[in-house]
Design a protein around this ligand. Structure first.
Ligand SMILES: [Zn+2]
Ligand SMILES: [Zn+2]
Length: 420
């Protein structure tokens, strides 16, 4: 093979696209029910947008970004996530303000230079939502509820929401101080990366997946113990509202998420089909990001869902929908019949039925076989005899019945309507 897809990328083949389409349709439907509107941004942005918002010491920015210089000498990056681009677009087009609620959703490919492994790709897909303009804890719960409803519709059961608060810029320094003190005593047992993290951004030590660090992280101080009065109250209200809405959740003190812009509530949705560490959705509040990127302070909350993961879970359960089957297959014998069939196909499609025909000049028998194999519901046969009579054979493949009808598009469409 001369050319193959790049490491960490994947072709989504026709046999797989029905699953994707189903998930995408569910996203559109559920996000619409909560009055979120779609936004689409370019796949690349100025590099600084991401380093500034996600944080220079995070794994994403320090190791995983596809950053390149374009021919004009600009540093550009393929988007590793979509929150920063959405905020950038909102500021550029004046879509958000502290007085108004703006609800947006997005869907599309993201890019991270990660070590490829099962279910993890360098080009992967996310769908997500962002709600701007309010600090109301109920908005946090609305966002979480939307994720839960989406998974339910897709068929994921036994969902659990892991929830935490990482504090705000007032109380987080206090937590980081405690954390630094705790880890400093154990520096010699931390991995080399974590030793660096401890100096630059101690919070990121909590993301480390290495076994030796994990056991130290387990006993580390939790952010909830350092929350200021405001953050504490907000978190209590979120939890109370979750109780009222009967959304199953677990408070998870270790949940800090691998991005710097989160403030207050963070959450992940976990399904028992996924196993403990495999969240299918992650999100939280980011009340300071809009200001950080140059706007007025506008609080916000959102989440992102990894679509490859969802496809992996439900993929085998979804059958190719019936609509993929072609309605009419046209069989023409001879050049003159072929021209007429080509014309008829066009007329049939205009009436809203799908139609296809042979382009190999095959014999009647092999064309019939082909029509059967692709699952055509009806077959139209135009041979020399029919041509001379101005007729065409209309065959219902499921019932094996056939009749001769007038050879024009209007008559054919009439019969198709009758047999629908
Ligand atoms: Zn706080
Ligand atoms: Zn480590």
């Amino acid at each position: 093979m001369k050319y193959t897809s790049q490491r960490g990328t994947k072709d989504i083949l026709p046999s797989e696209t029905p699953v994707w389409q189903r998930i995408e349709a569910s996203c559109r439907r559920i996000f619409g029910l909560y009055n979120y509107a779609e936004i689409r941004t370019p796949v690349f942005e100025q590099t600084e947008l991401f380093s500034r918002s996600i944080g220079t010491d995070t794994d994403i920015v320090s190791k995983e970004m596809y950053t390149f210089e374009d021919r004009g000498g600009r540093s550009l990056t393929l988007r590793p996530e979509e929150t920063a681009p959405v905020v950038r677009a909102c500021l550029q087009h004046n879509l958000i303000s502290p007085e108004n609620i703006t609800k947006l959703w997005y869907m599309g490919p993201m890019f991270r230079y990660e070590r490829p492994q099962a279910g993890r790709y360098r080009q992967f897909h996310q769908a997500g939502v962002e709600a701007f303009g309010s600090t109301d804890p109920m908005l946090d719960v609305e966002v979480i509820d939307m994720a839960v409803q989406l998974f339910r519709e897709i068929g994921l059961t036994d969902l659990e929401v892991d929830i935490n608060s990482v504090g705000c810029k007032k109380c987080r320094p206090e937590f980081i101080k405690k954390l630094t003190k705790y880890f400093t005593d154990k520096t010699s047992d931390l991995c080399d990366d974590c030793k660096k993290r401890l100096v630059k951004n101690p919070l990121r030590v909590l993301d480390c997946k290495i076994q030796g660090c994990q056991s130290i992280i387990k006993a580390a101080p939790a952010p909830v113990d350092s929350l200021c009065r405001e953050c504490e109250e907000h978190f209590e209200n979120v939890v109370a509202c979750m109780d009222e809405q009967k959304i199953k959740y677990k408070i998870n003190n270790r949940l800090v998420r691998g991005l710097d812009y989160y403030t207050g509530t963070t959450f992940e949705v976990v399904s028992d089909k996924l196993g403990a560490q495999n969240a299918v959705c992650g999100g939280g509040r980011y009340d300071d990001l809009v200001k950080e990127l140059g706007g007025k302070p506008v609080p916000a909350v959102g989440f992102a869902i990894g679509l490859e993961r969802l496809v992996g879970i439900i993929g085998s359960d979804v059958q190719s929908p019936k609509s993929d089957v072609v309605d009419v297959y046209l069989i023409a014998i001879g050049e003159k019949a072929k021209n007429i069939a080509f014309d008829l196909a066009s007329g049939i499609r205009k009436a809203g039925f799908s139609a296809d025909m042979d382009f190999h000049g095959k014999k009647l028998k092999s064309q019939l076989k082909l029509a059967d194999r692709i699952g055509a519901r009806f077959v139209l046969i135009l041979g020399e005899d029919e041509l001379n009579k101005g007729k065409i054979v209309f065959r219902d493949m499921s019932e094996g019945k056939q009749e001769e009808i007038k050879c024009d598009a209007a008559t054919i469409v009439e019969v198709l309507e009758k047999n629908k």
